[in-house]
Design a protein. Structure first.
Length: 187
């Protein structure tokens, strides 16, 4: 059975798939991805915009006017701009973040890029980042890897690696918890 690519489901997946198909037909996946990335950065950087997106008190017209003005200011046009306005008009703006992430997953799958997330107790040095990337590439058959790093001091040491649906937890916190459970069973 052939690889079907990433699984995108629900509202976010349906909208992302439709946008991806339109972008593919227009040969504009990169442009749409960059525009959506700019909108996502604006969303993540503004509490007011997050409130507009997530608060059901705002009407569809108010949301459309606001995102239209924002898209014009940020020079987000074409398919991405129309998509954001459509999502607002359909009162689905609360799911825009998931839609953008699902779209990016579809683009990555098309380009043969594997998304990986590494959780570490402290920032990785350049040398360690390269070593982690090389290890993940070895597991994925040499595919290009898009690595995101999360810092979580509570894991104490080691790391947690997620690649697709697979996860390897080699954190000191998990190992200590396992030892604690084993000691309880013995004593």
């Amino acid at each position: 059975m052939a690889d079907q690519g990433p699984i995108v489901s629900g509202i976010a997946g349906r909208y992302a798939s439709a946008l991806f198909d339109l972008a593919e037909d227009a040969k504009a996946t990169d442009v749409v991805g960059k525009d959506l990335g700019r909108f996502l950065a604006l969303l993540e950087g503004s509490e007011d915009l997050q409130r507009l997106v997530k608060n059901p008190v705002f009407t569809a017209d108010e949301q459309v006017k606001a995102v239209t003005a924002l898209a014009d200011t940020a020079k987000i046009g074409g398919l991405a701009g129309n998509f954001i306005k459509l999502v607002a008009s359909k009162r689905r703006l609360f799911a825009i973040e998931g839609m953008i992430k699902a779209f990016n997953a579809l683009v990555d799958a098309k380009n043969g890029v594997v998304a990986a997330e590494v959780t570490v107790p402290a920032e990785l040095s350049d040398k360690n980042r390269v070593a982690v990337l090389d290890a993940i590439k070895g597991v994925t058959g040499g595919q290009t890897v898009a690595l995101t790093t999360k810092v979580d001091p509570s894991i104490i040491g080691g790391l947690i690696v997620k690649v697709g649906s697979r996860m390897v937890d080699a954190s000191l916190k998990t190992k200590l918890n396992s030892m604690k459970l084993a000691m309880k069973e013995v004593g």
